[in-house]
Design a protein around this ligand. Sequence first.
Ligand SMILES: C[S@@+](CC[C@H](N)C(=O)[O-])C[C@H]1O[C@@H](n2cnc3c(N)ncnc32)[C@H](O)[C@@H]1O
Length: 415
Amino acid sequence: MKKAMPNYLDTILRISQPYLLKTFSQSRFEEFLKAASPLRKVTNRDKVIKDYSEKYIQFVKDDFQAQYQNINEELNSFIEKKDDGLKVLWGDCHTVLKGLKSESIHVMVTSPPYYNARDYSHWKDLDAYLEDMRNIIRESYRVLDNHRVFVFNVGDIFDNDNLRTKAVWGKRRLPLGPYFIKIFEEEGFTFVDDFMWDKGEVQSERHKSGDRPYPFYQYPANCYEHIFVFHKHRLDTTRYPCPICGTLKVNGNTQSEIGLQSWECKNFECFERSKSNRGKRFSLKTLLTQSHQSEIHKIPKDFIKKWRKDIVRFPPVIKINSKGKNVLGHTAPFPEDIPEYAIRMFSFEGENVLDPFAGSFTSAIVAKKLNRVGIGIELNKKMFRNSIIKNIKKHFTNNLFSNNRVKVSEMDYNG
Ligand SMILES: C[S@@+](CC[C@H](N)C(=O)[O-])C[C@H]1O[C@@H](n2cnc3c(N)ncnc32)[C@H](O)[C@@H]1O
């Protein structure tokens, strides 16, 4: 009689059971066994390991997400609905973020209001502004998936902080960039990079006293902005399965970055051991990155080259036409280069890209073009809706290579 082949799922479970019982409650453990059991029919060992690991990671994530109970079901169904379109959320981003599931966004990219630089902003003083931004950054940290990235574009502007006087003489350079770094770090993010975006020649003559060529009269015109890269590393000491053998017989190794737990496989039956008989070393981040190294995820070479140095040069968006009219319907759009950087460098196809200060929805448009789910939140529906929707549609219908229209789903959300 032919001997039945041992099933690889049973091998994984035999070795992992003590750890599974530490990770999950008894009822969750039973649920997990039930969910994994169809893998008994799979004969390809690598497929069993891959599917088992994905299921396990999803179970751990579901448990983590269940800890935050203030989510809004309707809002999350709107985000999760697969409609191959672009999602427009009208509302205050702090309120919207509070209703979202934890760790449900794969990359964030934005440019916030630069304090009171535009007519749509009116904070009483700089501290009130920074406090509002802090609350938004705190919620952003919660909704951003673990070991993921927030790309944040901001300029150091010339304005009055209104903390001592409201008079014109109170105006000075306000270094918003450094203030933001401090807040991001205090809210748990790691500051990783600061690209200086050289905007080239600027029209503003602010701060320039060329007509008085003497000491103490000369100041440069402001022609750069920051493009910050912040990483989220919430220290998660849950065991994750070895990518080679799929078992949870792994030991905490060290942190490969602050907040990024790394593991070493201690299963002596594992198929890969180093020359010195060490097990595979990995982290939740390498499980993500190393499983996405196929052709479709490759970043174009020229694009990598463009962002090789931390001073980058590309023009800002020209929104005023020769007749002095704003042709975009928004006063402060950023160029597509910025969301394109965030999306290509830090996400994969099909993932959720969120811009909490969406403005003209540049980030969501670029996300859609790159086959991600583009989501934007914008407060000023009254001021911008018509021009924004027109602008989004124009992007997709004007393209010679695309004959299809984009589906724009909209939702009003006030909490
Ligand atoms: C600098 S603009 C963003 C421009 C955008 N990157 C683009 O390409 O058009 C900032 C935007 O944030 C919006 N905004 C300000 N406070 C907000 C809030 N609490 N929630 C959502 N949007 C907000 C403003 O109305 C403005 O459209």
